[in-house]
Design a protein around this ligand. Structure first.
Ligand code: SF4
Ligand code: SF4
Length: 301
């Protein structure tokens, strides 16, 4: 089984990338895939994990991924706060979307790393900094987990109509660039903490260019107004973005506790009552219930 972690901020498409990769891997090689997120605070900009499992056998493990083979970071500012390499398998590879040169940095021992400025391609091709499909192409080009035709098929099946063509374009361009264009010198230089990156790895040498007169804020009061609110302002439950809710038929339920065991948010109690203030509507409980005693229904807003 191959396990991949995606780290992004809300709105950057980390979960979408985890789903697209799983689908594209199955389209390339058959087999099975699983993709799911964990969310932090429910607001745009908060850290979000996406997880992808790929195997040639049915996947029964629905737990969060702790030890992964690959990790992909869509927003490198999260690296200061979150140790994405924790639990990473020896020889695992970390893929970072960045314009910075990482060659002087310490990455966790035993972890290879690859940098790619996917935001640059995203701005050029998509017109916005959503680098998820570009980083999926980087991962695919290095690992062979999937290929451009399968990624195109996954995009056609999953993304809204207006996003299909530009995302196929970025996937194909980035994949070809990564597969084709890096010199031996760049490959050799891309090593850190004694770990040599895999053949074909590369680094981006350009430093980010700041606008004239730019300076970093000296205090938090100078930070620009963001989308988040002062802590404590939200007093309601945290499931406002959900579109479907699970409904339990207690006549059918045999108290096998499978849903209780598998609910990723732990919101089902021992009497199989679901706390809808915190259920995120993922549908895992309904999918796994052997008696079909839980059904997902549209949530009335
Ligand atoms: S999985 Fe289904 S049958 Fe088992 S406890 Fe949950 S609702 Fe009841
Ligand atoms: S839909 Fe079911 S499994 Fe998912 S969070 Fe809600 S109760 Fe838990």
């Amino acid at each position: 089984m191959i396990q991949i972690k995606w780290l992004a901020r809300g709105g950057q498409g980390g979960f979408t990338a985890s789903r697209l990769l799983g689908l594209a891997a199955v389209k390339k090689s058959g087999g099975y895939a699983q993709a799911f997120p964990t969310f932090g605070p429910e607001r745009r900009g908060a850290p979000v994990y996406g997880f992808t499992r790929i195997d040639d056998k049915p996947i029964r493990d629905h737990s969060q991924i702790y030890s992964c083979d690959y990790a992909v970071v869509l927003d490198e500012t999260l690296l200061d706060a979150i140790d994405i390499t924790a639990g990473m398998a020896a020889g695992g590879t970390l893929f970072i979307n960045t314009a910075l040169d990482y060659s002087g940095r310490k990455i966790a021992k035993g972890v290879k790393w690859v940098t790619y400025n996917a935001s640059l391609d995203a701005m050029r091709i998509l017109g916005r900094n959503i680098a998820n499909t570009a980083m999926m192409a980087v991962l695919a080009a290095h690992t062979g987990l999937t290929d451009p035709d399968a990624m195109e098929a996954a995009v056609r099946e999953s993304l809204p109509k207006n996003q299909i063509d530009p995302n196929i374009k970025i996937i194909r361009e980035v994949y070809e660039k990564v597969r084709g264009g890096y010199t031996e010198a760049e490959t050799a230089a891309n090593a850190s903490s004694g770990e040599k990156a895999a053949a074909g790895d590369f680094k981006v040498k350009d430093k980010p260019v700041m606008a004239a007169g730019f300076r970093y804020p000296a205090t938090e009061k100078e930070l620009p107004l963001g989308p988040s609110c002062q802590a404590g302002i939200f007093l309601e439950g945290n499931a406002g973005w959900r579109t479907r809710i699970p409904v339990v038929d207690h006549q059918k339920c045999i108290k096998c506790m499978i849903c209780w065991t598998l609910c990723p948010d732990g919101v089902i109690d021992r009497n199989i009552h679901i706390d809808l203030n915190f259920c995120k509507g993922c549908g895992l409980c309904a999918h796994e219930c052997p008696r079909k005693a839980i059904v997902m229904t549209e949530e009335a807003k």
